[in-house]
Design a protein around this ligand. Structure first.
Ligand code: ARG
Length: 441
């Protein structure tokens, strides 16, 4: 393996060590960022007269050629290299001879890898934001297409009536918060570490503002020790992924339950379900179960990154190379889950008939009955007790509150009048007070 170092060594690293140490197999994914940051770096070196403008021009044009060549044929990203930085520099030495050897002036792989990862994380967060917005749109469209009421739950016990679209809107609210988290993560990372060198800057009169502008960062990252040892931006991104996965996993749990024969609230499309090798009748919600399962992994990867960083002394340590395996795995998993959940949501069908039956069972209107008594002058705590007794009576008669005869209802309170049946109606309930919000589509 040809490396960027070796002068102070008498022997090469063992092949065992070489394969243990290499990161090219993973960080080749950073090729665009590595070349882009190198173009900015050599442009700045030329403008600051640290290399000649001819050398700078040559390096810029060869870096652009390399970019185009890899774009046309990604298989070019092969060979026995320690990492993507070694690969790009080797290609420049091949193309430009001694001028290629000047590309790394006033730079270390420590600031280079950090700038590459920042550019990559920034881009991938922007991509994830687009996918998450499409998922939100799918949730909103599904909500608009379904005109059904349903029970909502606490403790998975029937609680009160809501609309189906309002349940989807709860998830939209979660995903909208996740998008804000992504924006915050992008904002926090938006400082340029390039120019920090290995850890303590450089004796060259470099222009960090120029590379900052060329690479589209908001500002220069101030402290060089912090610049090369900072992986907070990866932790922040992993937190965005974990939050999104946690919310998607909760949705998965809800809709796995809703798809069961016991509930039959929804049916998943064949496109996003699987069968059983033995039981012919089975249609399993594997897409949702995998989202729920994979959320555990993404959350663990956030923990893995915290664990990697928590004991590191300043500044760069090789432990940090592990960030790529962690980040790429978490990113790929989250992206895949967002795409799958968008499809699951677009294609699921809602059993409106079944939902319309369910809202008449389970005493979902008990709270509103207590509110009715309150409006007739009974203090809430007392009304709560009266309705509790009415529910108990209905349970014993195997009936629902709205199915009891007027005399049966009226025995519980003198304030009960014939308008009670209107008040117990699910549609009436959702037309009242702030509940009207739940009908918005
Ligand atoms: N492959 C390394 C990483 O990902 C690049 C930085 C190496 N720096 C060093 N001093 N060994 O972290």
């Amino acid at each position: 393996m040809s490396t960027l170092w070796g002068g102070r060594f008498q022997e090469a690293a063992s092949s065992l060590m070489q394969s243990f140490n290499e990161s090219f197999s993973l960080d080749k994914r950073l090729w665009q960022e590595d070349i882009t940051a190198s173009i900015a770096h050599v442009t700045m070196l030329g403008d600051c007269q640290i290399i000649t403008s001819e050398e700078s021009q040559l390096l810029q044009s060869e870096l652009k050629k390399l970019y185009q060549a890899i774009e046309a044929d990604p298989a070019l990203l092969t060979g026995d290299y320690e990492d993507i930085h070694s690969f790009v520099e080797a290609k420049m030495i091949e193309a430009c001879g001694d001028t290629g050897k000047k590309m790394h002036t006033a730079r270390s792989r420590n600031d280079q890898v950090t700038v590459d990862m920042k550019l990559y994380v920034k881009k991938s967060l922007a991509d994830l934001k687009v996918l998450a917005s499409q998922m939100i749109q799918a949730f909103q469209e599904k909500g608009q297409s379904v005109d059904a009421l349903m029970p909502a739950y606490t403790h998975l016990q029937r609680a009160q009536i809501v609309s189906f679209s309002y349940v989807l809107d709860a998830y939209v609210a979660m995903f909208e918060r996740d998008i804000k988290k992504i924006d915050q993560a992008i904002d926090l990372l938006d400082e340029n570490p390039l120019g920090a060198g290995a850890l303590a800057g450089t004796t060259y009169q470099i222009d960090r503002q120029q590379t900052t502008d060329l690479l589209g960062f908001r500002a220069v990252q101030r402290n060089t020790l912090d610049s090369v040892s900072n992986r907070d931006f990866i932790i922040d991104a992993l937190h965005c992924f974990s939050s999104l996965m946690m919310h998607m996993s909760r949705f998965a749990e809800d809709f796995i339950i809703y798809s069961s024969q016991e509930f039959r609230f929804i049916e998943l499309s064949d496109h996003f379900s699987t069968g059983s090798s033995m039981m012919p009748q089975k249609k399993n919600p594997d897409a949702l179960e995998l989202i729920r399962g994979k959320s555990a992994k993404v959350i663990s990867l956030l923990n893995a990154m915290y664990g990697t960083m928590k004991g590191l002394p300043l500044s760069y340590n090789k432990d940090m190379q592990e960030d790529k395996a962690i980040y790429f795995e978490a990113l790929d998993t989250t992206m895949a889950c967002v795409k799958i959940l968008t499809g699951v949501t677009q294609e699921l069908t809602v059993n409106e008939k079944r939902l319309s039956e369910t809202i008449h069972e389970g005493y979902l209107n008990a709270t509103e009955l207590a509110d009715y008594l309150v409006r007739k002058g009974i203090p809430f705590r007392e009304a709560h007790g009266i309705v509790g007794q009415m529910v108990l009576y209905a349970i014993e008669k195997d009936s629902q509150l709205h199915d009891l005869a007027f005399d049966e209802l009226a025995q519980f309170s003198a304030v009960i009048e014939a308008d009670i049946y209107h008040e117990l109606n699910p549609e009436t309930i959702l037309q009242q007070g702030i509940k009207k919000n739940m009908l918005i589509k």
